[in-house]
Design a protein around this ligand. Structure first.
Ligand code: DX5
Ligand code: ZN
Length: 217
């Protein structure tokens, strides 16, 4: 399992997004949090910003859609230049159809679970996905405390992925930092989103390197 570190630009300076993207060179993906003030009580950015960001950086974009009606919007984020698009299963009307459409348009398809959403009902959907995102905070804001109670879900999900012999990546998002990343890796996560732990550091690129070596240890 290769470790991947995805800095979240939610904790970056939105007036300097191109520079902030360059400040984390060496990161595997740039995590872009799209919020619509309906699915979550916060509002961030949309398709035009993703289009500009895709032109401004060589780092592939991992778009996390915290929005209603992802069935309508997710394909547009692929067209805007995202290489991976994550929709929330709680918001999707037809998650299988949506995952297939994202893949057909040429991006990696990913599905997210809020903390109270179990994985078990979705076991049969796993082959349709390239990544599963387990939220380790309630979605909506950066800088929240990591929810330890999600560790058993990460473990069970890793077991299900193994049981089906699948290659999909297991991402964690929320409160991932130097003090929590080892527990996540130990439970079976291999893709780590970090917002405040990267952009709140003196040297964001160094924070990415440090998180990577901790997760791989
Ligand atoms: C929260 C977002 C996260 C956020 C994580 O809903 O999905 O991606 O940026 O921020 P930290 O790492 O500070 O918890
Ligand atoms: Zn996110």
């Amino acid at each position: 399992m290769a470790v991947q570190i995805n800095p979240s630009i939610l904790s970056a300076d939105f007036a300097r997004l191109a520079e902030e993207a360059k400040a984390v060179q060496g990161a595997d993906w740039l995590h872009v949090d799209v919020m619509d003030n309906h699915f979550v009580p916060n509002l961030t950015l949309g398709v035009p910003v993703v289009e500009s960001l895709a032109r401004a950086t060589d780092t592939p974009l991992d778009c996390h859609l915290m929005i209603e009606d992802p069935d309508r919007w997710a394909p547009q984020y692929v067209e805007a230049g995202a290489s991976s698009v994550t929709f929330h299963v709680e918001a999707a009307a037809a998650p299988v159809r949506l995952a297939r459409e994202i893949r057909a348009k040429g991006a990696r398809a990913s599905m997210a679970l809020k903390p109270a959403t179990p994985i078990e009902p979705y076991e049969d959907l796993l082959p349709e996905l390239d990544m599963l995102l387990i939220m380790t905070v309630e979605p909506g804001f950066g800088g929240q405390a990591f929810l330890d109670i999600m560790l058993p879900k990460i473990r069970r999900t890793r077991e299900l992925i193994g049981k089906h012999g699948l290659q999909l990546w297991l991402q964690v998002d929320g409160g991932v930092s130097a003090s929590t990343i080892e527990r996540c890796a130990d439970a079976g996560a291999d893709v780590f989103v970090a917002g405040s732990a990267v952009y709140g550091a003196q040297d964001p690129a160094e924070a990415v390197r440090a998180l990577r070596s901790q997760a791989a240890a």
